[in-house]
Design a protein around this ligand. Sequence first.
Ligand code: SF4
Length: 471
Amino acid sequence: MCLVLGNGPSIVSFVPTTALARVTLPRLYLLSFGRTRIGTLPYAQVVCSQSKDVGTMRARTVAALAPLRGAGRRSTALVQAPWTTTTTSAIQLLQARGGATLVDTPTAAHDLAAPPEAIEPSRKAEASKVFRDAVAATAPRNTWTRQEISAIYYQPLLELAHQASTVHRRFHSPGEVQLCTLMNIKTGGCTEDCSYCAQATRYQKGTGLEAKRVESVESVLAAARQARENGSTRFCMGAAWRDMRGRKTSLKNITEMVKGVRAMGMEVCVTLGMIDDKQAKELKEAGLTAYNHNVDTSREFYPSVITTRTYDERLQTLGHVRDAGINVCSGGILGLGESSEDRVGLLHTVSTLPSHPESFPVNALVPIKGTPLGDTTPIAFTSMLRTIATARILMPATIIRIAAGRKTMSEEKQALCFMAGANAIFTGEKMLTTDCNGWDEDSAMFGRWGLSPMKSFDKTPAQAGDMDARQ
Ligand code: SF4
């Protein structure tokens, strides 16, 4: 018996319909078609994660789904979407295969090209045990081996995302997503050679980006105020510097900025390149909440992206930040040309730090013309989702931020990331040198998906009593 659901007028009405159909008709196969207009949200994931909440959902939805139930009893296919050639062929396909088919067609070229990421057959049993144990954990641990991380990373993607979602609900309030705004307080003129970055002086001819002086304290505080008025609770400031050596005046100004933003009741994060222990202490005294210094990728792949400072120098800066009592924000960039093993390596580095970073930003490379990686093929969304879901399981209490590259992600892709454990986004006018989703756009998205902005310094803990229902 099959129930065929077509796509409704929009994804936000289609998803609940599919979810409710799963709750009230748990044994039916759900076939989606005509999905080229609505993206690649895997409905099976949606329905999986909702299916145990039968008690509260059933009563509310039985009446609304009466026509579908009727169709189910008659053992026929019910079609909600306009009847098209696609519809006809989907049904023919379904009939030909005896009724148990979920049609899933990736829509983006790079998704089609993505190599499958899966566990070798000989390691399946062992990997399943590692995965089960990791999902059952009730406290963070930082003793992960690379093999354990691979065992989690290569799980079937929908199962990985679903289990990450259960871990997410154990440690976080699932409807809460933090809004953060990132301001470039010193654009361009950087001496480093990060192959992805428009701000490196050496790529300036190709990128055409002009270096600017450090922003004034007043202009930064005005931008922070605007961010707060628009709902952001974390304000991040980035400066295109290799390090802070010989920048006493700038550091003093930055401490003023930190104090000013903190006085507005916001969390404040800076990213200023490498810092030593004294500079870290100075920033801590000013009230800095977090310091961002990404490790970018795996230790092995790192030298093919950056040659002017080492992986260990990056880890050393993270050590100074941690020792000063500042929260560590450290993440990666996906789509640099790395392999899936490098993404496992990135996750291994951050999840085995002496303590997990408070914040793990996941960036999708935005290729910028004129940089060495300007023509790179974008990362497949499946790899992005896999990385977020694995990070959520490895570092259950960490805030996972969808950072650069969100602008190119459809709303349903973002929703899937939220379900798999992402719980912060960057929003506002710009993400350093690239475009960013605006506050209004994000506020409308939150409304459609029932999300609410996280308060600053106040991540609402998951409600223990709700756990069973949520899972
Ligand atoms: S990423 Fe940072 S350190 Fe690297 S070139 Fe750009 S501004 Fe400089």
